[in-house]
Design a protein around this ligand. Structure first.
Ligand SMILES: [Zn+2]
Length: 117
């Protein structure tokens, strides 16, 4: 079951901080430098079977988002995400969509195994 989300809700949950660099984001709907603009970031990249869901989406500065590109999250980021979203780490869901090739799911399973050791 996916939770509905909005930029405002995510902003509040993150206490106005960028998920990636932890510095303050400009308030939503304020005018700011383009590189500071709060953007939706898929922690598990969408291009690698990540879901467009509350659980998988955080806010980050545009420049931080661009830097991360479509890399898999680090172990620290996954742990941080599980705390932020209150989702147990020992589950594959609800971050990713299992596709035929299972490559995203397999990478995630490997990461979880490392974290849970
Ligand atoms: Zn940032």
């Amino acid at each position: 079951m996916l939770t509905r989300f909005s930029r405002e809700k995510i902003y509040k949950a993150q206490k106005g901080r960028c998920f990636l660099c932890n510095k303050l984001l400009p308030p939503i709907k304020s005018i700011c430098e383009p590189q500071d603009f709060p953007t939706l970031e898929h922690v598990w990249p969408k291009s690698k079977t990540g879901l467009h869901s509350w659980e998988n989406i955080v806010l980050s500065h545009r420049k931080c988002n661009a830097q991360k590109a479509n890399l898999f999250p680090s172990e620290e980021e996954l742990i941080k995400l599980s705390i932020l979203k209150n989702i147990p780490l020992n589950t594959l869901l609800p971050l990713i969509r299992v596709r035929k090739d299972f490559s995203g799911a397999a990478s995630y399973a490997i990461l979880l195994e490392r974290i849970n050791k």
